[in-house]
Design a protein around this ligand. Structure first.
Ligand code: NDP
Length: 368
């Protein structure tokens, strides 16, 4: 009699714990992702990564191009019922195969599709930048909280072995007391008609795109939150590519420890670099945040040695990122790069633009 009662209590507790979770979250099968936006990243980079995943699989695709969607579905063995358009996106709610929605759309569409996905009862992976304003980031976090769904930002460097090792070395004091971090990220933009150069879809220029890597690097290499930012923009507005958004932007972050970060992003040169200088040495990555082929050195006074980090737990940084959210959904843990992390960056991004516009230092952390 007692045993039966105990079983009943345990079952009730288990039910309470898993309420709100769909069937897949309770089973052992890999969680199903719906990829929204079949562009160069969603289609070209993310979809091929599911073969490297353990806890994630491709379950559906969302596209505005029916012919492309049909072709991609056929290539990946998805049924017609797994193809969605933007017009019928909300009906993903009725598809129990979809656990997580991965938003790979132009930046200005991130908030809308994240919020709709959460309202449809799905967890969300959202690409960087999280959105195009602090207000949008806050609305996304609120929507996911209300729906009791996880929200993670596609900050893949937190799963990339060179960057993970660089963070570990920095925290372990390998370079001594951190004095300065430099990070520059950029690539050469070509076609002026691309959405990245249209403010309404991008929310801004190089800062919104490659600048996020420089900003993230400053924060994860120092392990600190900046207290002030000073920025300067340099854009040739006669160049048709930069009629609406900035090309180059430099910003300096001041950290509570006294460390300084000098960051830059640009759309007119290829750059991919992180350098940390401490009072005992340096840690340098170049290229630093590429999909593959990153390299790292540590040392001092010209006696740098190349470092090969231990392999990460996942086959690739992308698989690590995809599986991390799936595991967080299963375990109830918060992702290491949650919506709050994206919001922190967007607060700084807004301050960088404001500093460049107003030509003055902007205090962070509530001291505007
Ligand atoms: P693309 O232009 O290559 O693809 C975007 C896709 O979004 C399009 O193919 C289209 O897919 C869909 N889309 C829906 N509405 C529009 C619209 N109005 N204009 C243009 N496209 C639209 O961009 P990326 O794939 O390079 O970038 C997508 C997101 O991923 C961005 O936020 C970017 O910052 C991020 N990104 C992240 C990277 C990383 O390393 N973490 C690397 C590259 C990008 P469809 O035809 O299927 O509707």
């Amino acid at each position: 009699m007692d045993i039966a009662r105990r079983d009943l209590i345990i079952s009730a507790a288990a039910l309470t714990l898993t309420s709100g979770a769909c069937a897949a979250e309770r089973s052992d099968r890999p969680l199903g992702y719906a990829i929204v936006g079949l562009g160069s990243y969603g289609l070209g980079v993310i979809i091929p990564q599911f073969k490297n995943c353990t806890h994630s699989r491709l379950a559906a695709i969302v596209s505005g191009d029916p012919a492309k969607a049909k072709r991609v579905a056929a290539e990946h063995g998805l049924p017609a019922s797994a193809i969605y358009s933007y017009a019928n996106f909300d009906s993903i709610r009725d598809n129990p195969d979809i656990d997580i929605v991965y938003v790979c759309l132009p930046n200005a569409l991130h908030a809308e599709y994240t919020i709709h996905a959460a309202k449809a009862g799905k967890h969300v992976m959202c690409e960087k930048p999280m959105a195009v304003s602090v207000a949008e980031c806050e609305a996304m976090i609120a929507a996911c909280k209300t729906a009791n769904r996880k929200l993670m930002i596609g900050y893949r460097c937190h799963f990339e072995p060179f960057n993970v090792e660089a963070m570990r070395l920095a925290r372990a004091g390998a370079a001594g007391k951190i004095r300065y971090v430099r990070s520059e990220h950029g690539f050469t933009q070509g076609d002026p008609s691309k959405w990245r150069l249209k403010r309404a879809l991008s929310g801004g220029g190089s800062l919104m795109d490659m600048g996020i890597y420089s900003l993230q690097a400053a924060r994860y290499m120092t392990g600190e939150e900046p207290i002030a930012v000073t920025a300067r923009e340099s854009t040739d507005r006669r160049d048709p590519r930069f009629a609406e958004v900035e090309d180059m932007i430099d910003w300096t972050l001041e950290f509570p420890s006294g460390a300084i970060a000098g960051c830059q992003s640009m759309y007119s040169a290829n750059q991919n670099h992180i350098l940390l200088m401490g009072d005992k040495g340096r840690i340098e990555l170049e290229p630093a945040t590429r999909y593959e082929g990153n390299q790292m050195w540590t040392g001092k006074d010209g006696r740098e040695q190349q470092v090969t980090p231990p392999p990460g737990p996942a086959k690739t940084q992308f698989a690590g990122q995809l599986d991390h959210l799936a595991q967080c959904v299963r375990s109830g843990r918060e992702p290491i790069v949650s919506g709050e992390e994206g919001l922190r960056d967007m607060r700084i991004v807004e301050a960088i633009y404001r500093s460049a516009r107003e030509g003055r230092t902007i205090g962070l952390g509530g001291t505007a």
